[in-house]
Design a protein around this ligand. Sequence first.
Ligand SMILES: Nc1ncnc2c1ncn2[C@@H]1O[C@H](COP(=O)(O)OP(=O)(O)OP(=O)(O)O)[C@@H](O)[C@H]1O
Ligand SMILES: O=C(O)[C@H](O)COP(=O)(O)O
Length: 403
Amino acid sequence: MKTIDELIADGVAGKRVFVRADLNVPLDGTTITDDGRIRAVAPTIAKLAAAGARVIVASHLGRPKGSPDPAFSLAPAAKRLGEILEAEVAFATDTVGESARATVEALADGKVAVIENLRFNAGETAKDDAERGAFADELASLADLYVGDGFGAVHRKHASVFDLPARLPHAAGDLIATEVGVLKKLTEDVKRPYVVVLGGAKVSDKLGVIDHLLEKADRILVGGGMAYTFLKAQGHEVGISLLQEDQIPVVLEYLERAENKGVEFVLPVDVLVSADFPDLKTKAPANPATVAADAIPADQEGLDIGPRTRELYAAKLADAATVFWNGPMGVFEHPDYAGGTAAVAQGLLDSSAFTVVGGGDSAAAVRILGFDENAFGHISTGGGASLEYLEGKTLPGLAALED
Ligand SMILES: Nc1ncnc2c1ncn2[C@@H]1O[C@H](COP(=O)(O)OP(=O)(O)OP(=O)(O)O)[C@@H](O)[C@H]1O
Ligand SMILES: O=C(O)[C@H](O)COP(=O)(O)O
């Protein structure tokens, strides 16, 4: 992969450089609740601008349905980017339409513009190669050069991630270079014990990584919404908790394989439950009950790991030399269910391990709960992307940047 420094050495002054970033930040209305992804890509943008490039920043946000939807506008992210860069950042209210063309046309050397959410155009995520290609052609006409730096989206075969770099001279940004450098270490010379903590809500997305981790990790701790499919597979009642019933045979096979391979698989021993999902807007007290993991009432939902599990997981992290953590242990957005995630974050910090936190939500949780992000070895901006990298899959957005 060509580096951004090599691209700059070839000369970018006066050139229109398209930077595919991942500005998919969590929003509460138009308020950004965690700006980590914007801060992570800002140095690449600043470097290009300092070299005199006309920088066009593009990203998706959320999952709009292929047409404009104000709830998913990138305007708040563009504003925040301007604050971080301490520079004026222009904003185009469309992606390849009149506003984008006029905004790019008006860009002076060393200046930055953000174009509107790429997913407002159906071509961005189209399965059909020709439809994606047609959109990539339109994007290509805006720019002279391409820099891929949206690590969080490199696992998506989308027009701006996969098809566009084939149409323009391209390089990898500094964020992608850093992310790949760190994750590569976890697939190669990992220091042991290597402990993996998995949680979150995207259960089916994450089961595949366990398949791979069974060959690599010494210990796997499972929490969050993932845990209930495992508990159910062990024959326990999980009430109305998040459950991926069709994956039970897969999960059983994982548990069996772990035992044969001597990989320690650790599941919650107690959980916090309630009959209702908490109100994340008002954050009204949820008054959860603590129950044993094998005694979840039929009408209740598990929403965080319990106090005994927190102690157990902290103990299982204490002697780790390497930790990879993806996915919160509970619905951390509500204070009554943030304790499990906070306990695991603290467990990482209390160990002397090299710690990698992967996942948009896990990374946001660490910061929202008040931990110092610099105390962790590496906080990845990629959730699905970091998992698929560890699975050893070919990631479209990385393959496309190779020469
Ligand atoms: N027991 C649970 N029941 C339901 N939802 C849960 C539970 N535990 C955690 N969650 C939710 O999981 C969500 C995060 O899951 P996700 O799988 O998206 O995490 P991530 O890997 O950190 O992020 P991403 O893949 O989006 O970058 C949070 O919004 C949290 O509220
Ligand atoms: O949040 C993420 O993991 C990335 O921004 C990718 O978003 P997506 O899962 O909607 O493609």
